[in-house]
Design a protein around this ligand. Structure first.
Ligand SMILES: Cc1ncc(COP(=O)(O)O)c(C=O)c1O
Length: 409
C-alpha cells in the first residue's frame, strides 16, 4: 500500500490555503469615494499624492513617486538616477525578468551575476568580479522580501562610484540594520501588482532621498513636464506612467491592513522555519543578523534530491501538490538562459539587436542549481493561514521525506 498521495495514498490535506487578495469594506469605501469625486486621474486628485507620502514615510524615504507598475518604476529610477544608455548594470541572474528588462528598456546592458545559495540574494563578491570600466550601476533584488547584504553592496558602489537602484518589488516593510529598505541607495522600487503583499492590481512606487532623482522621476513619469511649467511645456523626455486615483484608493486600504497581515506572515514564517529545519535534504535560507525585518513575500528553500531517493525537484513539487500543499518551482531559468537574452531579441517583433555581450557564455552555477534542481517556494497567501496550516506543510514534507522510496527514480 502506498503512503504518498502521488501514489494513491491519503493526502495530508484537501482544504485550500487562504486566497489572495484579502480585501473588505475599506477598499470599497475608498474606491467609491474616488469615483464619486470625479477625480479618477492623479493630476487633480490628492489620493495618489497622499499614498506617496504615507508609503515613503513607512520606508523612511523623503520622496515617493507612484507609477503604473513596478517594472516602469525600475526603468524610470534608472533614468532619474542618471544611469547612461550603453553602460552596464549589474543584477542577479536569479530574479523576475522585469529587473533585467527595465535595464534593457533604458538602453543599458544587464550583466548577470550569481546569488548566494543561503539567501538567494545577489553575491557581493560576484558583483566585484563583474565590474568593468563600463559599469554604471548595481540593481540588486531583496528576493522574497529578505534584504540583500546592503552594507556590502553600498560599499562596492562607493568604491567604484556606482549607482544603486534597489529592486524592492517584494520588500514592503523590510528593514536592514533597523533601516527600512528602498531608499538606502540612490533609489528603490516596489511593486503593487496582484500577487504582491500590498496590491492594487498593477502599480509601483519609486522611493528616494535624493531631490534630483525625485524631480526627474516626477518629470519622466508625467510626459517630461516640470512641476512648475505650463501644461504643454515638455522640458524633458518622458511618457505617461502615472498611477490612477482608483489604484491609490485601493492601496490606502491595503496599507491599513498590512501591519496585521505582516504580523501573521512573520509568525507563520518563523514557525515553518523551525518545523522544516530538522528535515534532511531541506536546506533553509539563513538570515543575516542585520536583517531586522523580512517582508515575507515568499518562503523559499533548497531541496536536495540526494536525500529524497534522487527524485527530481519537479517530482517533489508534484508530490507536495498531491498532498494538498501548492508548492511552486519558482523561476524556471536563469535570466541569461531565457530565449530573449540568449538571442538578444530586444528589437521590434523579437528582432535581434547588437549588444556588446554574449549571454550564451554566461554561467551562474548557484542560480542554475536553484532554477533546475533546488528552489522550492511557498507563496505569501499560504503564510496567512493558521498554525495548523503550517503543521500540514511540515507534515507533508516529512511524509515525502520518510517515503521517498515511493518517488525514487
Ligand atoms: C523582483 C521583481 N522585480 C520587478 C517586478 C516587477 O513588478 P511589476 O509586476 O509591478 O511590474 C517584480 C514583480 O513580480 C518582481 O518580483
Amino acid at each position: 500500500m502506498a503512503f504518498l498521495a502521488i501514489r494513491g495514498g491519503e493526502p495530508v490535506r484537501t482544504e485550500s490555503f487562504p486566497v489572495w487578495p484579502v480585501w473588505g469594506d475599506e477598499e470599497i469605501a475608498n474606491l467609491t469615494q474616488v469615483i464619486k469625486s470625479g477625480q479618477w486621474g492623479r493630476l487633480k486628485g490628492t489620493v495618489t499624492a497622499d499614498f506617496e507620502r504615507r508609503f515613503a514615510e513607512l520606508q523612511g524615504a523623503r520622496y515617493g513617486i507612484c507609477l503604473n507598475s513596478g517594472t516602469t518604476a525600475l526603468q524610470i529610477a534608472l533614468v532619474a538616477a542618471d544611469v547612461m544608455p550603453g553602460t552596464e548594470v549589474i543584477c542577479p541572474a536569479y530574479t523576475f525578468i522585469a529587473t533585467a528588462s527595465a535595464i534593457v528598456d533604458v538602453g543599458c546592458i544587464p550583466v548577470f551575476v550569481d546569488v548566494d545559495p543561503n539567501t538567494f540574494n545577489i553575491d557581493p563578491e560576484k558583483i566585484r568580479q563583474a565590474i568593468t570600466d563600463r559599469t554604471s550601476a548595481i540593481m540588486p533584488v531583496h528576493f522574497a522580501g529578505r534584504p540583500f547584504d546592503v552594507d556590502a553592496v553600498l560599499q562596492i558602489a562607493r568604491d567604484h562610484g556606482l549607482k544603486v537602484i534597489e529592486d524592492a518589488a517584494q520588500a514592503w516593510g523590510a528593514s536592514w540594520n533597523g533601516k527600512p529598505v528602498g531608499a538606502l541607495g540612490d533609489a528603490g522600487c516596489f511593486s503593487f501588482q496582484s500577487s504582491k503583499n500590498i496590491n492594487c492590481g498593477e502599480g509601483g512606487i519609486i522611493l528616494t532621498n535624493d531631490e534630483m532623482v525625485a524631480k526627474f522621476a516626477q518629470a519622466h513619469h508625467n510626459c517630461g513636464r516640470s512641476q512648475d511649467g505650463q501644461w504643454y511645456e515638455h522640458f524633458y523626455y518622458g511618457g505617461n506612467y502615472r498611477m490612477t486615483e482608483l489604484q491609490a484608493a485601493v492601496l490606502h486600504a491595503q496599507l491599513d491592513r498590512y501591519p496585521e497581515l505582516h504580523r501573521i506572515r512573520l509568525e507563520n514564517l518563523a514557525y515553518l522555519q523551525q518545523g522544516l529545519a530538522e528535515i534532511d535534504g531541506i536546506e533553509l535560507c539563513s538570515d543575516d543578523a542585520r536583517i531586522t525585518r523580512h517582508a515575507c513575500h515568499l518562503y523559499a528553500f533548497r531541496y536536495l534530491k540526494s536525500h529524497f531517493s534522487g527524485a527530481a525537484k519537479s517530482v517533489f513539487i508534484e508530490a507536495l501538490r498531491k498532498e494538498g500543499i501548492p508548492a511552486s518551482p519558482g523561476y524556471s531559468l536563469p535570466l541569461y538562459a531565457q530565449p530573449v537574452f540568449r538571442q538578444k531579441s530586444f528589437g521590434p517583433r523579437g528582432k535581434k539587436v547588437h549588444l556588446d555581450i554574449d549571454y550564451t557564455t554566461c554561467h551562474c552555477p548557484v542560480t542554475e542549481d536553484l532554477c533546475y534542481e533546488q528552489a522550492v517556494w511557498f507563496t505569501q497567501n499560504m503564510l496567512l493561514g493558521t498554525q495548523e496550516d503550517m503543521d500540514d506543510i511540515i507534515e507533508a514534507v516529512v511524509k515525502i521525506s520518510e517515503h521517498a522510496d515511493e518517488i525514487a527514480v
